[in-house]
Write a new protein. Structure first.
Length: 61
C-alpha cells in the first residue's frame, strides 16, 4: 500500500502542508514537516505530494 512521507533534507519548513491539511501534517519542534496520520483516501496521495512547493512530500510504496 502506498503512503506519503516527508523528505526531511528537502523540507524548507514553510508550513504550507500543516496549515492546509492539519489532520495529516504537523510541524516538528525543529521546523520540519511530519506526517501525523496517513490519509484515508489513497487516491489523493499524489495530490498531497504535489501541494508542497519544495517537493518534500513523496508517495512511497
Amino acid at each position: 500500500m502506498s503512503k506519503i512521507e516527508i523528505k526531511e533534507d528537502v523540507c524548507a519548513g514553510c508550513g504550507f502542508c500543516a496549515s492546509s491539511k492539519p489532520e495529516i501534517f504537523c510541524m516538528s519542534d525543529s521546523g520540519i514537516a511530519q506526517v501525523t496520520k496517513q490519509p484515508d483516501n489513497t487516491q489523493n496521495l499524489q495530490e498531497l505530494a504535489d501541494m508542497c512547493p519544495f517537493g518534500a512530500i513523496e508517495v512511497v510504496d
